[in-house]
Design a protein. Structure first.
Length: 291
């Protein structure tokens, strides 16, 4: 599988520190975005710990072997029936490990007791892409003129929408729209949502912090993903638009284009162009949630 990947992050126009962080492990085909929270730069510490923990977890070959053995034992005992494969188990375990590291660090230092972070990650294995997330950082997939939101926010606003207490059209005026109900580091254990989807050549994936989605509407995200060729161009344009709309938060964007599943194939990006062409075709907009 050949991937075209680019990450872009900016502190924004208001904040003094960038509390977002991201991880690109091309050998593992693992990509993660984290958005820290907490006063006095605590969020910066939390997001950094989460990213470093996931990185270290995947770098440990001996741990991977032990984890695979443990996974197969758990399968025999019928205790991981909600997981589709070892790769999903590994991704979930890495994020759980990050949660524990943040929680333990906060327990040791009273100045860090309020820190936490959201996290969203993708891992590509064969024709599958494994998704994991906690909080309101999001994953999207653009495919053939349609945009899917792959994650559901763990936020108070989204809970109210699910309970039909709040209508989606009322969200811009909802005073607690940035309150999240799940994050890494707040408790010793955390529930990580994981699942997989089928990946195809031409797919374009977006991981982002809410510094993008709070400011740039879905129709503009669609427009950029559909029409900007190359992961770097698309990521930089999305960040530029977030800053243009005020940049009131840190903004991080990570684009992954699946350009081929065979090194001998023509390399076609998500806009449908052979790499190197200048202009992108237009696409009709369709936005939906996929679970």
């Amino acid at each position: 599988m050949i991937l075209d990947v680019h990450a872009a992050s900016e502190v924004g126009c208001v904040r003094e520190h960038n509390e977002d962080d991201c991880l690109v492990l091309e050998d593992e085909k693992l990509f993660v975005v984290a958005d820290g929270m907490g006063g006095h730069a605590c969020g910066e510490v939390a997001s950094r710990i989460s990213i470093e923990s996931v990185d270290a977890f995947y770098a440990d070959a001996q741990l991977a072997r032990k984890l695979e053995e443990a996974y197969h034992e758990l399968r025999k005992e019928g205790r991981v029936t909600d997981l589709s494969s070892f790769h999903e188990f590994r991704l979930r375990s890495a994020i759980e490990y990050g949660n524990l590291q943040i929680f333990q660090e906060a327990s040791r230092d009273p100045q860090l007791e309020d820190m936490g972070t959201t996290i969203v990650g993708l891992c590509f294995v064969g024709s599958r892409v494994y998704v994991a997330h906690v909080g309101d950082s999001r994953a999207y997939r653009y495919r053939r003129g349609r945009l899917f939101q792959l994650t559901e926010d763990h936020s108070l606003a989204n809970e109210y929408i699910r309970m039909r207490v709040l209508r989606p059209e009322d969200l811009p005026q909802f005073p607690y729209k940035n309150v999240i109900v799940r994050a890494l580091g707040l408790q010793e254990e955390v529930l990580v949502d994981t699942y997989y989807r089928t990946s195809r050549p031409g797919d374009r994936y977006l991981l982002c912090s809410d510094g993008l989605t709070d400011l740039v509407p879905d129709d503009e995200i669609f427009e950029v993903l559909a029409a900007w060729p190359g992961a770097r161009n698309a990521a930089d344009e999305l960040v530029r638009r977030a800053l243009e709309y005020g940049g009131i938060d840190n903004v991080t964007v990570l684009i992954i284009d699946v350009v081929s599943d065979d090194p001998d194939d023509d390399r076609v990006d998500a806009t449908g162009l052979i790499h190197g062409q200048a202009d992108a075709p237009h696409a009709s907009r369709t936005m939906s949630h996929e679970r």
